[in-house]
Design a protein around this ligand. Structure first.
Ligand code: GAP
Length: 516
């Protein structure tokens, strides 16, 4: 497959060509970091949502659902800390007038040093061949050790400046490192300022009486403010969870990685309310559970890693990211956070309402602690798409582009292809569609030679093709072709339903989840 950068371009191009993702309002040249999902995109997105929802809500008696509004009372965001602390540190280059995230400029600089380290490793690996011991090399080679020390020192200084809101120190670091504007090449920087990431809007028509609102930057707060409603109406007992899928909005400054970092995106979040003191047990539990959920999709264990946070947000006492190897490297896909009782307590304080649970076993009321699992739906989509896209050699002369999307998530599960557009073959194909369409997504294709149709379905990611030919008219058998192995076998039409549905079934994946 192509180099990483080229591969990423290929993923973006493929997503557009096969109806997965378009730039928002493209006919007006698009809107930066905002995307629309086409026919195949929306099906894949819905399948990922269903897989998450069923595994979280349907398979957990103690987890219930919620669909809170995007607009919330403005005090919500004061209580949650978003008004005061949901900021990015920004810096402008005075010559190019371009604006950057100061921490990203520093991280990019560190990345360049890391590239030098990787180059040294590559050279050494070539020199030493099979005897090469990377760990030993990295810990003893003087140049590499120096680079590593430099990287650590820079990251420590940046973290310190960010945590203590020492923006002048951050600017000084950028100047000392000699970081230049990628556009103008100049080092003529403004001071660093904090920029709030929430999108503001107005409630009401008249400008005098309208009040300021925000588009929610996370779905979690809708769950916290509804804690008592859900607990009481569902008669929930601790431990219990509330799950939600919905849109979130962030005015991201650095938004250049396709659907990875968008201004409007979807989150799938679950808040699990536990007894104070039990939170670490449940943190470990959900860390393992969520990894299983990813494993069942089969995107490759080597593409995942955990990144435990050393530096914690003000509300957390433990946090880890599940990172995925995207086409631009390992990045956060999902966060698992132990949020203590910070949010419920803050909402108690700002609303004056009690958000507590009476625990009959302990015979007392308390504000529960919270373990949160939070995954970006769009990031999961990108993980599936980029892990699935393959360029394969079919025979000596031919290659094929295939999207090996896990069958139970594929937007179209079966394509029915009449060999010819006559002789009653389309009618028989439609008969098959009529039988399968109730339970799965089926498509029909009668254009071009059948080989080309197979290639087209491979590129869309359709796991199975059913070809109807003249023999089908005689003995009511069809050819069933498997996307991944390209194997073809003759199957009786009467067996199609059970054979195909079993292969593409989400139930199978969910059962596997229970067993892993
Ligand atoms: N309630 C916790 C929370 O919102 P977060 O780490 O800020 O935590 C959770 O976001 C997840 O939402 C991330 O792991 C990521 O998958 C997704 N996410 C965050 N910002 C995003 C963006 N700008 N575009 C797409 N997905 C995003």
């Amino acid at each position: 497959m192509a180099k990483k950068q080229d591969f990423f371009k290929q993923v973006i191009g493929h997503a557009k060509e096969y109806g997965y993702i378009f730039s928002s309002s493209e006919i007006y040249d698009g809107l930066s970091a905002v995307y629309d999902y086409g026919h195949n995109g929306v099906e894949l997105k819905n399948n990922i949502k269903t897989y998450w929802w069923k595994s979280m809500v349907q398979l957990h008696r103690e987890i219930v659902g919620l669909d809170a509004a995007i607009l919330m009372h403005p005090k919500t965001w004061k209580a949650s800390g978003h008004v005061d602390a949901f900021n990015d540190p920004l810096i402008d280059n005075k010559d190019s007038k371009k604006r950057y995230r100061a921490d990203v400029l520093v991280e990019d600089h560190v990345e360049k040093i890391d590239q030098k380290v990787q180059k040294e490793i590559k050279k050494a690996r070539k020199r030493f061949g099979d005897d090469f011991d990377e760990d030993q090399f990295v810990s003893t080679h003087p140049r590499v050790v120096k680079y590593k020390e430099q990287m650590k020192e820079i990251i420590d200084r940046m973290t310190d400046a960010l945590e203590n809101n020492q923006l002048a120190d951050l600017k000084q670091l950028i100047e000392q490192l000699g970081i230049a504007c990628p556009v103008s090449g100049s080092k003529n920087w403004t001071d660093v300022r904090q920029f709030n990431l929430m999108f503001g809007t107005k409630l009401g028509a008249s400008s005098d009486t309208a009040s300021d609102l925000y588009l929610r930057p996370e779905t979690a707060q809708g769950i916290f403010v509804n804690f008592s409603n859900v607990q009481k109406t569902g008669r929930m007992k601790i431990p219990f969870g509330i799950a939600q899928i919905g849109k979130a909005f962030r005015n991201e400054i650095v938004a250049r990685q396709f659907i990875f970092r968008q201004r409007e995106f979807e989150q799938m979040e679950m808040q699990y309310f536990v007894r104070p003191g039990d939170e670490m047990k449940w943190f470990d539990h959900w860390k393992a559970q969520r990894k299983k959920w990813h494993d069942v999709m089969g995107l490759g264990n080597e593409n995942y890693r955990f990144h435990d946070h050393d530096q914690l947000a003000h509300y957390a006492n433990a946090a880890t990211d599940i990172e995925f190897d995207f086409p631009f490297g390992f990045k956060e896909l999902e966060g698992i956070h132990s949020r203590t009782d910070f949010d419920l307590k803050a909402h108690e304080e700002y609303s004056g309402k009690k958000l507590q649970f009476y625990d009959p076993e302990l015979e007392k009321s308390y504000v529960p602690y919270v373990i949160e699992t939070s995954i970006g739906l769009d990031r999961m989509f990108l993980a599936v798409l980029s892990a699935a896209l393959k360029e394969e050699q079919v025979d000596e002369k031919n290659t094929r582009t295939v999207l090996k999307i896990p069958a139970f998530l594929a937007p179209v599960k079966v394509a029915v292809l009449p060999l010819l557009k006559k002789d009653g073959l389309p009618e028989l194909a439609n008969e098959i569609i009529k039988e399968l369409q109730w339970e799965t997504q089926v498509t029909y294709d009668d254009k071009d030679a059948v080989g080309r149709r197979y290639r087209r379905q491979d590129a869309v990611g359709t796991p199975y093709c059913i070809t109807v030919d003249h023999q089908s008219l005689e003995d009511r058998t069809v050819t069933l072709r498997d996307r991944d192995s390209m194997e073809q076998k003759r199957v009786a039409m009467s067996e199609l339903r059970s054979v195909v549905l079993d292969k593409v079934s989400m139930i199978r994946a969910l059962k596997e989840l229970e067993q892993v």
